[in-house]
Write a protein that binds this ligand. Structure first.
Ligand SMILES: [Cu+2]
Length: 80
C-alpha cells in the first residue's frame, strides 16, 4: 500500500515536472534568437548572455520561477 502510494507520487511528480519546466528553455531560445539581431551594445549583450546562462542554471537546478524571472529580465533588456 505504502509502496504504491510512493509510486503514484513519483509518477505525478514526473508528469508535473516537465510541464512546469517547459517555459524556461522556450524563453532562453527566444532571448538567444533576439540577441542575434539585437542592437544592444557589447555590455548589454554580455549582460543578456549572462542572464540567459543564469536562467538556464536556475532551470537545471529545478528553480523554475526564478529562472523565468531571470530570462524575463533578459528579454526585457532585448526590448521584448
Ligand atoms: Cu525551468
Amino acid at each position: 500500500m505504502i509502496k504504491s502510494l510512493l509510486a503514484a507520487g513519483t509518477i505525478l511528480a514526473a508528469l508535473a515536472g516537465p510541464a512546469l519546466a517547459s517555459q524556461c528553455p522556450t524563453l532562453a531560445a527566444k532571448a538567444e534568437e533576439a540577441l542575434k539581431t539585437s542592437t544592444l551594445d557589447d555590455a548589454g549583450k554580455a549582460k543578456v548572455t549572462e542572464l540567459i546562462a543564469t536562467g538556464m542554471s536556475q532551470h537545471a537546478a529545478g528553480n523554475h520561477p526564478e529562472s523565468e524571472a531571470t530570462l524575463g529580465e533578459a528579454l526585457k533588456l532585448l526590448g521584448m
